[in-house]
Write a protein of this length. Structure first.
Lengths: 319, 319
DNA sequence: TTGTAAGCGTTATCAG
DNA sequence: CTGATAACGCTTACAA
């Protein structure tokens, strides 16, 4: 593996001159520059990132640490982040599990976006306080060098449910996501608040975990009851898809017998029958905004507030 | 940000002793070791990865470079890789786009898995020849330090289609993926070979791109024809789901009027109506095998052949 | 415009 | 068992 030393030797210049030339510094004679590039080219030289980063005390890498690699939300947010980082000449490093912690501790990134509830608040605070700026997503956390960006799930659901009540529905059920999911809990709050305000005192509750499977099972339970709800709000679209599947199998018509809606506006929602009504956020845009913010932060600018996309209701056929 | 120097000073030992202690080398007095760890703890010290990697000439990172972050296949393969790497104390670094190239060139990884048709063969060969071991997925590429792992899409489809012909189908269509997708082309080869061998001389062909949308559009075209095919093989499950959607809308019964099947066995396939018949590969397992191989390679062992999972037919309701 | 040399934070060799 | 000290490959004052 060639080093800058090899390039310098081949070009017949000193190491520093080679470095200047390679880094496009102005103080280099054109002929020299040409020689250096020629040499680098022939040797197929690329600078060693570890050495460079060590010396410059910055890596140009932004970490995105997520809980798992699946899920349409993650992909969209990641895509948004990737796009914006690339535009600004930062590398994106996505990781998960123990690697996330290692990369963070060893400072192989200049900053990070955390989308992983498994990493504890106190660990995050520790990294941040040591100078690693962090943006946490879908989670509330304050502190030095820590920023958080949270979609207002509660108000979105609140507004939507209120609308549905005004449309005449008054008998609701909620299919939940995991209890430790911040966004699920927010959504449930919004749901309950709307019911409460409108004087609807009770609703059915089904525990799920954001999967199609869980939605399906909740659906089976609902079908089995004599007092079926008239409207089921699902904590995410996947649950809703499972529910639809169960209802379809039992020949319960949607929305005439049971109406329903989800959250997330996943791609698939338009391709099932009936088409899913849902609340959607532009996750790609969210990723872009978050990336913009972390770039500003790591480059020393101050960020007071991270812009976030507003949500939207996608009225389709399921209610 | 504390360095090992700070730790050494605080513990009252030399830098090298601190290093020995921290790295669990045997030649350190227990008391000294304790003092050092105590100091490290109090200072919240973690070694700087760039310095460590530079000195050790290895990073402990394995790169996984993919084309985009979406898609159920990617998620599963990534999950398998992550799991196995973590088990062996390697970090996983997933990236995409320009970052991939940067991380590769700057040697911020010890080796990489490439799942990205955008990176050219010649670039890959160059990195590999400079000492970076590479495993390319779903793509054939030979060379020093390059290994490739390819699912035998062709034989899987070939066997499946032959089976369908034996069951009596003789009028086929193929909904394609992108023309530059290696796996799509392999699948198409297998498809054609089976037809050819069984003396079926023609079939319909619809160009798609692996998306639900493209499958849906192909479906619309099929519906519009008077000579509708009796069996449609879709290059992947997402296309098949789009096709089903179009057929359902037009009240064409599956499989009685048109039978169909897909490829990939994505999670969703069991939750649509009719349940999708498909060819599936255990992608998580594939990821694990690939990870095992790259670990062996970067640790200097020789690998002759990368184990890969066999595929399986999931007979459900769509044919 | 170019070269010398210090130093980034580690590990590892070699003496002690 | 511990401590100097020389690298690792690069950037960057500073000098020439």
């Amino acid at each position: 593996m060639p080093t800058i030393k090899d390039v310098a030797k081949k070009a017949g210049v000193s190491i520093s001159t080679a470095s200047y030339a390679l880094n496009h510094l102005p103080n280099v004679h054109p002929d020299t520059r040409k020689k250096v590039f020629q040499a680098a080219q022939e040797l197929n030289y690329y600078p060693n990132g570890n050495a460079k980063n060590l010396k410059k005390r910055k890596t140009g890498n932004i970490g995105v640490f997520i809980y798992g690699f699946s899920g349409p939300i993650f992909s969209d947010v990641l895509e948004g982040i990737r796009h914006k980082l690339q535009e600004n000449n930062y590398n994106i490093i996505v990781s998960s599990g123990k690697s996330s912690t290692n990369l963070l501790q060893e400072r192989q990134v200049d900053g990070a976006v955390i989308f992983d509830a498994q990493i504890t608040d106190s660990d995050l605070s520790a990294y941040a306080s040591h100078g690693l700026p962090l943006i946490v997503l879908d989670r509330k956390l304050e502190g030095y060098n820590i920023y958080s960006s949270v979609i207002e799930n509660d108000v979105l659901v609140y507004n939507f449910i209120k609308q549905m009540i005004e449309r005449g529905y008054d008998d609701f059920a909620y299919i939940s996501g995991p209890l430790d999911a911040f966004n699920n809990n927010q959504r449930y709050e919004g749901f309950k608040k709307a019911l409460h305000e409108k004087g609807i005192l009770k609703h059915q509750y089904y525990q799920g975990d954001f999967t199609i499977q869980a939605g399906y099972e909740a659906g089976r339970k609902i079908i089995g009851r004599k007092d079926r709800p008239r409207f089921v709000f699902c904590a995410n679209d996947e649950s809703a898809i499972g529910l639809i599947q169960a209802l379809n199998e039992a020949n319960i018509t949607i929305p005439d017998e049971i109406a329903l809606a989800g959250f997330d506006n996943i791609y698939l929602g338009q391709y099932i029958k009936p088409k899913l009504t849902t609340i959607g956020i532009d996750h790609i845009l969210w990723g872009e905004k978050v990336a913009e913010a972390i770039i500003k932060i790591v480059s020393g600018q101050t960020v007071k507030k991270i812009e976030k996309p507003v949500g939207e209701i996608y009225e389709r056929e399921s209610c």
